[in-house]
Write a protein that binds this ligand. Structure first.
Ligand code: SF4
Length: 144
């Protein structure tokens, strides 16, 4: 199973925000440059994480992006589950749909496997992702 680029960008942002220093101004554009993703992708990630209550955007001189307390406490599984959604892993309902879809044991097995993947990530807290050595790599990132 491979994460969508959208989920990957969102998790990169959450990790970087988890090490933001007091007084550091991190804008969507800065974050996009630091994390090597297009601005439009980062803006969509900011909007989604903000809707989930995990990131807040403040305006003004002391503005910028911040991880909320909920964002700091949440698990990677919660984020990935919300962003990846619950669709089929294979093209069961594609156009044309798979002729096996009404009685396919593989479909159920793939659903169970995805849930096991999410459950494993439920045990990983955002805070734990930014322990060393990742913390050092994150804090070295600078706006372009
Ligand atoms: S074989 Fe099963 S899992 Fe694969 S596309 Fe068809 S219905 Fe879905």
């Amino acid at each position: 199973m491979r994460l969508t680029a959208f989920t990957d960008v969102s998790l990169r942002l959450v990790m970087r925000l988890a090490v933001t220093a007091e007084g550091e101004l991190l804008t969507t554009r800065n974050a996009a440059g630091m994390l090597a993703v297009p601005y439009t992708h980062m803006a969509k990630a900011v909007a989604a994480l903000s809707d989930m209550g995990l990131v807040e955007t403040r305006r003004g001189r002391h503005g910028g992006l911040r991880l909320t307390e909920e964002g700091r406490r949440t698990s990677v599984g919660t984020i990935v589950r919300a962003l990846e959604g619950g669709g089929d892993l294979a093209g069961c309902e594609a156009d044309p749909p798979c002729p096996l879809r009404a009685a396919c044991r593989l479909r159920g097995a793939l659903r169970d496997a995805r849930e096991a993947f999410y459950s494993s990530l439920d045990t990983v807290a955002v805070e734990s992702l930014v322990a060393p050595p990742t913390r050092g790599a994150l804090t070295l990132l600078r706006p372009e």
